[in-house]
Design a protein around this ligand. Structure first.
Ligand SMILES: Cc1ncc(COP(=O)(O)O)c(C=O)c1O
Length: 329
C-alpha cells in the first residue's frame, strides 16, 4: 500500500477476538481436554424452531429482498416499543427507535451524531474493546474511568464527574458489563443520568445484555421520565436476546431529534437493517418473552456454576465481578 491511510485507524489495534482465534488456528485438542471457546459473547443455543419456521416463510415473500425505510418498518418498531414497555415498564415510541446492524452499528450511529474529531468520551474501564477502537478511529479521545476492584467493576460517580471536560460529549457505559458482568442498579443509572443532565452531555448506555439480568429485574426506569431523550441514548442488541448474532440485529433508541440525525448516518452506512432481520426481531419481540426468560434463567444457572468453581479456595484465580453473561477475574 503506497498511499496514506488515516493515522487514526493506523494506531488502532487489531480486533482482539480475531487475534485470539488466530492463536489456535490449525491446532487440535485432546478429547479429554477440549478447548472451550469463551472469547466471544455468543449465546450457544439455537433460536427457537418457531422463529426459524417463520423466517422460512418470510424468505418466500418477494418483498423480503427489498430495502425498508432507513429506520426500519413501522410495524417492527412498534413491536420493539411494546417489548420495551414490558421489559422496562415504559419505553420509547416508534419514532425513537432506529433498527441497526447489531448494537455495533447503533454505537457508530450514536457516536457519529455526538462527536467531532478531537472530542472526548468518558469510558468506564474495563471497557468493551470495540468502543475504544471505534472512538480512536474516529479521532475521538476515550477518557478512561479506572477500574476499582473494590467497586467490583461498577462506576464511581465522583470519578466520572471529575473526568468531564468542555470537550466531553458523552458518558459511555455498558450494563450488564462486558467484560465484568456487573449490573448497574436502577438508582445508579438514574444518578448517571442526573450527572449527564447537570453537565449537559449524553449518557450512552450499551445494554446489549439487558435480557440477561437475573430475576427479570427492570434494568432502569429512565424511560418513565418524559424527558429521558434529552440526555439518554440507548444501544440494544436483539442478536444476544434472541440468539441471532449472525442476523446482526440491534437498535438505537434516542429522542426523535437524535434519531433524525442518526438516520443521515444510517443512510450512508447501511440504508437499513436487513428486512429478514427485522422480521426476526418482530417475531422475537412479539412472541418470545417466555423463551427469553428461560434462557436468562439457564445462563444464570451456568453463571452460578462458574462462579462456584472460581470462588473455591483451591482455585488460584480470584473472581472480582460477575453477573449478566460475564465473569471477571
Ligand atoms: C457490550 C457489547 N456491545 C455491543 C456488542 C455487539 O453486538 P452486536 O452483535 O449486536 O453488534 C457486543 C458483542 O459482544 C457487546 O458485548
Amino acid at each position: 500500500m503506497r498511499f496514506a491511510i488515516s493515522p487514526h485507524i493506523e494506531k488502532v489495534h487489531f480486533p482482539p477476538i480475531s487475534e485470539v482465534k488466530s492463536w489456535v488456528e490449525g491446532r487440535s485438542f485432546a478429547q479429554d481436554k477440549p478447548l472451550i471457546d469463551l472469547c466471544q459473547a455468543v449465546p450457544d443455543y439455537a433460536p427457537p424452531p418457531e422463529l426459524l419456521d417463520h423466517l422460512k416463510e418470510v424468505v418466500e415473500d418477494p418483498l423480503t429482498s427489498r430495502y425498508t425505510p432507513d429506520e426500519g418498518l413501522a410495524e417492527v418498531r412498534e413491536a420493539v416499543a411494546a417489548w420495551y414497555r414490558r421489559r422496562y415498564g415504559a419505553g420509547p415510541g416508534e419514532r425513537e427507535i432506529c433498527l441497526t446492524i447489531g448494537a455495533s452499528q447503533a454505537f457508530w450511529l450514536a457516536m457519529t451524531v455526538l462527536c467531532r474529531e478531537g472530542d472526548e468520551v468518558v469510558v468506564q474501564t474495563p471497557y468493551y474493546f470495540d468502543h475504544a477502537m471505534g472512538l480512536e478511529m474516529m479521532g475521538v479521545r476515550p477518557v478512561y474511568a479506572p477500574f476499582d476492584e473494590a467497586k467490583k467493576g461498577l462506576p464511581d460517580l465522583d470519578v466520572l464527574a471529575s473526568l468531564i471536560t468542555p470537550k466531553t460529549r458523552a458518558l459511555l457505559l455498558v450494563t450488564p458489563s462486558n467484560p465484568t458482568g456487573a449490573v448497574i442498579a436502577p438508582e445508579a443509572v438514574r444518578a448517571l443520568f442526573e450527572l449527564a443532565r447537570e453537565r449537559n452531555i449524553a449518557l450512552v448506555l450499551d445494554e446489549t445484555y439487558n435480557a440477561f439480568i437475573a430475576g427479570g429485574v427492570v434494568p432502569h426506569h429512565l424511560f418513565s421520565d418524559p424527558a429521558w431523550g434529552e440526555h439518554f441514548v440507548h444501544i440494544a442488541s436483539f442478536g444476544k436476546t434472541f440468539s441471532l448474532t449472525g442476523y446482526r440485529a440491534g437498535a438505537l433508541v434516542a429522542s426523535p431529534g437524535f434519531i433524525h440525525h442518526a438516520i443521515k448516518a444510517q443512510d450512508t452506512m447501511a440504508v437499513c437493517q436487513p428486512r429478514i432481520t427485522q422480521q426476526a426481531v418482530r417475531f422475537g419481540c412479539s412472541r418470545l418473552d417466555n423463551w427469553t426468560v428461560d434462557n436468562c434463567d439457564m445462563m444464570q444457572r451456568r453463571h452460578d456454576l462458574f462462579r462456584g468453581q472460581f470462588i473455591r479456595t483451591d482455585n488460584p484465580f480470584e473472581l472480582v465481578a460477575s453477573g449478566g453473561f460475564f465473569a471477571w477475574r
